[in-house]
Design a protein around this ligand. Structure first.
Ligand code: AMP
Length: 485
């Protein structure tokens, strides 16, 4: 058993997640398992499904991949009902205790209610301290649980109004799917930081983080849920509400660069196309004489295709990725991360030897991957190694749902591009500019006064208050048990 001094004892919460919900279809849990399988890239640590059979809620939560835990008929067969929600989770600090695996579920006076959340609440810490002082007993260490307690003490009567009352008090990024006795709810925070799409399968409605989760069950894409929109799906069909004060949209631009799957379309733009466009922009902004363009697989591939097409330099798979490397190898310590990179990638020597290589990756975070890859490409006989990165330098932490280390550990936070180039051992290094990135996603130019996207990890301009982060040092420390169940 471990005693923690604080529920959120880092300078930020670290979670990336995928969410899914369906109502009006037999075998809703099986559909949800498939949807979560398509969203596995958004969280590999744990998964959960809660379903409703008309009388009872049933749930299964497990550590590990969706396929390992929700493939057996025995598990999915127990999850009966025509409505279900699910969640994939990827926390990066501490153990994943069962109690932290979502969807969360609570028995209210009005009945059962379940919530699955993608994003991070930036005032969860502050709210939690106040709720604990008022006598609320938390059972998890997730930021999401504050929503449950705020609903429990809300003044409003109807469950939907209580949810809205709760959500008006939280800050940060939240795409949510919720399941009540007779309704499935989908919500995006007023800025729309994280994605959420709506689909249809026969007469059933489907909600999912990305369109690839609609494809896997053959559902038709209807539209993105709008920023600040709340949809209620019930026997009356679908009703849409806009309960929050409108604010400028701030969709996370990093979803296009790295996080979302390339076969998804978000906010009307294909993720693959965005990445290819970024590669082409990068070729125009940072050209170099070379013999071959090589992606760091898999995330660098679409941008490398764009770079090669624009520059006219041949494209080759000069690095092959081993897909069977478990996540254990890439976390949690830096030492193991180093080992992980070697296990994950191998040079395709014949296509590197004697060549001037342009390497394309999507980002440099701590610099571990780039350093190892450059070393590996040189060892394979490359004459020159030029690194091109399809994002601007990641110089600031994300507090809205993408896992990044504290800013002090980010290479770009501490070094200039020239120093970073020396650090990773490349002959040259260039990143796409912020404006180049905006052009690649269809904007003429970044509106510096009111950026069209959330690009805080590059610009340091945080569109939503970081209440917990700024208040951290002045708040009393809360003691609580954080053990595995
Ligand atoms: P690093 O080795 O720390 O510089 O990390 C850079 C590598 O991590 C790149 O190859 C990216 O594809 C990948 N990456 C970037 N952002 C994330 C993230 N939020 N979670 C996991 N991997 C990431």
């Amino acid at each position: 058993m471990m005693l923690s001094t604080d529920p959120f004892d880092d300078d930020k919460l670290k979670e990336e997640c995928g969410i899914f919900g369906i109502m009006g279809k037999d075998s809703a849990a099986a559909m949800t398992a498939l949807g979560l399988h398509a969203l596995q890239h958004r969280g590999q640590e744990a998964a959960g499904i809660v379903c409703f059979d008309g009388e009872h809620f049933n749930a299964h939560h497990a550590r590990g991949h969706v396929g390992e835990n929700f493939n057996s008929d025995s598990v999915v067969a127990k999850l009966v009902g025509n409505a279900a929600i699910g969640h994939t989770r990827y926390p990066t600090t501490g153990e994943t205790s069962l109690r932290n695996i979502q969807p969360l579920f609570a028995d209210f006076d009005f009945g059962g209610f379940s919530i699955a959340h993608n994003g991070n609440l930036t005032n969860a810490h502050t709210l939690r301290r106040n709720l604990v002082k008022r006598g609320c007993l938390f059972r998890s260490t997730t930021d999401t649980e504050v929503i449950i307690h705020l609903m429990a003490i809300a003044q409003a009567e109807r469950p939907l109004d209580r949810l809205i009352e709760a959500l008006k008090q939280v800050e940060g990024a939240f795409s949510l799917v919720c399941l009540g006795k007779d309704m499935l709810i989908g919500i995006r925070d007023p800025h729309g930081v994280r994605p959420l799409v709506l689909g249809r399968l026969d007469t059933a409605y489907v909600l999912a983080s990305e369109t690839c989760a609609l494809d896997i069950i053959g559902a038709e894409f209807i539209r993105d849920i709008e920023p600040g929109e709340l949809v209620v799906i019930s026997q009356d069909g679908l009703n849409s509400f806009h309960p929050f004060r409108p604010v400028p949209k701030k969709f996370c631009i990093f979803e296009y660069i790295y996080f979302a799957r390339p076969d998804s379309s978000l906010e009307g733009l294909s993720v693959y196309e965005a990445r290819r466009n970024i590669g082409a922009e990068l070729a125009r902004e940072a050209p170099i004489e070379a013999d071959v363009v090589v992606p760091v697989p898999d995330s660098g591939v679409p941008a490398a295709i764009g770079y090669a097409a624009e520059s006219g330099i041949p494209f080759d798979l000069g690095i092959i990725r081993n897909h069977y490397v478990g996540r254990t190898f890439i976390q949690p310590t830096d030492r193991i991360r180093h080992l992980g990179v070697k296990l994950k990638h191998n040079a395709n020597r014949r296509f590197i030897d004697g060549k001037r290589v342009v390497l394309i990756d999507d980002s440099i975070v701590r610099g571990t991957t780039s350093t190892k890859i450059v070393e590996m490409i040189r060892a394979a006989g490359a004459k020159e190694v030029h690194m091109r990165i399809s994002s601007p330098p990641t110089a600031h932490s994300c507090f809205y749902g993408i896992d990044t280390p504290e800013s002090e550990k980010l290479l770009a936070h501490n070094y200039t591009v020239e120093q970073m180039c020396r650090f990773i051992g490349a002959d040259s290094l260039a990143f796409i500019s912020l404006n180049g990135l905006y052009r690649a996603v269809g904007e003429k130019v970044r509106n510096d006064a009111e950026p069209q996207y959330c690009d805080a990890c590059f610009s340091g301009t945080y569109p939503i208050a970081l209440t917990d982060h700024t208040a951290k040092d002045v708040q009393p420390v809360l003691s609580f048990l954080s053990q595995d169940e």
